[in-house]
Design a protein around this ligand. Structure first.
Ligand code: GTP
Ligand code: MG
Length: 359
C-alpha cells in the first residue's frame, strides 16, 4: 500500500558547472607542473613531448569527467511527470537539450583528443607544445559554442533542492486557491509542514509538503502558490508550479475561498478560478472550502453557497484555518473523497484522530 519517498534532489544531482569555471580549471590544470619520471630509456626531448601529452590528457580527463556527470543525468521522460514539469519550468524546457549538447560535446572532444594525441606523440618538443596549446584552445572553444545554455542547470539544481520528496503511492491532499486565501495557514495547522504565512500575495513561491500522521499511514498535504484567474499560458513560473501539482499528482484538492469581506479577490474571481481548477482535474477531485468564516457574515456565506450550488457543488465545507474551526471535518471529508475517487480505504484509519494541531 505504501511507496517510497522519491526526492528529485537525489534523481537530478550534479555539481553545477559554468563555462567559466570549466575554462579556469582546465587552464590551471594545463599550466600546473607534471612529473614524467626520468628514465635512461627516454631521451630528454622525448620527455618534453610526454609532459605535453600528459598535461593534455589531464585537461581532457577533467573536462570529460565533469561533463560525464551531466550526460548521465536522467532524461526528462524518465522522471515522474510532476518532477518533469518542475524541471521544465526551471529550465524553460531546455533540460534535455542541455544534456544532449553535453553528450555531443564529450564525443567531439574525445575524437579531437584521439587525433591530437597521435599528433603530439609523433612530434618534436616545440611542435608538441604548440599542438598541446592548440588542443586546449580548441576544446574550450567547442565547449563555448556547444554549451551556451549550461547555466540553466544551476536553476534546475535549485529547483531540485527545494522540491518536496513525494511518496507517489500514498494519498495526497493539495490546498489550492487564489493568493492570500489562507492556504499556508491551513497546511501549517493540519500538517507537519512549517509554512510561511504573511498578509501579502504570493508569499508561498514553492510547492511545500507536510504530513498528517495517522499511525499506520501518512497523508501528504501540499501547500501551493496562489493562482490568479488567468489562462495557463499567461501564468508565471510560480503559478505554473501550482498547476503542475494539480495536474500531475494523484490527489484530492481542497479549493480555498477567502469568504471574508476583506478578501483580496472578489468571490466571482475566486469562483472562476475554481472552474479552471475543475477543468484541469475534474469536479470529482475538488472540495470547495470557505475559509475565514470567523470574519464572514452569515448572509454572505449563504449567498456564496447558493452561487456554488448553481455550479453543481453540493458539499461545501466552511472553516477558519486561523482559529481551527471545522478542521477535523475537513480532513475527514478530504480522505473520504480520496477513497471514493481512488477506490482506497484510508478512512478506516480516521477513527479517533484529531487533526487540529494545538498551536
Ligand atoms: N481571519 C482569518 N484570517 C486568516 C485565516 N486564514 C488565514 N488568514 C490570514 O490570511 C493571511 C494570508 O494567509 P496565508 O496562509 O499566508 O495565505 P496563502 O493563501 O498561503 O497566501 P499566498 O501564499 O500568498 O498565496 C494571513 O494574514 C493569515 O493570518 C482565517 O481563517 N481567518
Ligand atoms: Mg501561502
Amino acid at each position: 500500500m505504501h511507496g517510497e519517498q522519491l526526492c528529485l534532489s537525489e534523481l537530478v544531482k550534479v555539481t553545477p558547472i559554468t563555462l567559466e569555471s570549466l575554462r579556469r580549471e582546465a587552464l590551471s590544470i594545463f599550466t600546473k607542473r607534471v612529473v614524467v619520471p626520468r628514465s635512461t630509456k627516454v631521451s630528454s626531448s622525448r620527455r618534453r613531448v610526454l609532459i605535453y601529452l600528459l598535461k593534455c590528457e589531464k585537461v581532457y580527463q577533467y573536462i570529460v569527467t565533469s561533463l560525464g556527470y551531466i550526460a548521465r543525468l536522467p532524461r526528462i521522460e524518465e522522471l515522474q511527470a510532476f518532477y518533469a514539469e518542475l524541471i521544465n519550468i526551471a529550465s524553460k524546457n531546455m533540460y534535455n537539450k542541455v544534456i544532449e549538447d553535453v553528450s555531443i560535446s564529450i564525443k567531439i572532444l574525445s575524437n579531437l583528443w584521439s587525433k591530437y594525441r597521435k599528433a603530439i606523440l609523433s612530434s618534436a618538443p616545440t611542435e608538441a607544445k604548440k599542438l598541446a596549446r592548440e588542443f586546449v584552445g580548441r576544446s574550450l572553444s567547442i565547449l563555448h559554442r556547444k554549451l551556451k545554455m549550461i547555466d540553466i542547470l544551476d536553476d534546475v539544481m535549485k529547483t531540485a533542492r527545494v522540491a518536496p520528496c513525494i511518496d507517489f503511492k500514498s494519498p495526497i491532499i493539495i490546498i489550492s486557491g487564489m493568493p492570500q486565501v489562507g492556504k499556508s495557514t491551513l497546511v501549517g495547522k493540519i500538517s507537519s509542514a512549517k509554512t510561511l504565512v504573511s498578509p501579502y500575495p504570493f508569499t508561498t513561491k514553492n510547492i511545500v509538503l507536510g504530513h498528517i500522521d495517522l499511525g499506520h499511514i501518512k497523508i501528504q498535504v501540499i501547500d501551493t502558490p496562489g493562482l490568479l484567474d488567468r489562462s495557463i499560458d499567461e501564468m508565471n513560473e510560480i503559478e505554473r508550479k501550482a498547476v503542475a501539482a494539480l495536474k500531475y499528482l494523484n490527489s484530492i484538492t481542497l479549493y480555498l475561498f477567502d469568504s471574508s469581506p476583506e478578501a483580496y479577490y472578489s468571490f466571482g474571481k475566486q469562483l472562476s478560478l475554481l472552474k479552471m481548477v475543475e477543468q484541469l482535474i475534474g469536479k470529482d477531485r475538488v472540495i470547495p472550502v470557505f475559509n475565514k468564516i470567523d470574519k464572514a457574515a452569515r448572509e454572505h456565506l449563504s449567498e456564496f453557497r447558493k452561487m456554488l450550488e448553481l455550479q453543481g457543488y453540493s458539499e461545501i465545507i466552511m472553516i477558519s484555518a486561523l482559529h481551527g474551526v471545522n478542521i477535523n471535518e475537513l480532513i475527514r471529508e478530504a480522505i473520504r473523497k480520496y477513497d471514493r475517487f481512488y477506490g482506497t480505504n484510508y478512512s478506516q484509519f480516521l477513527l479517533y484522530t484529531n487533526f487540529n494541531k494545538v498551536s
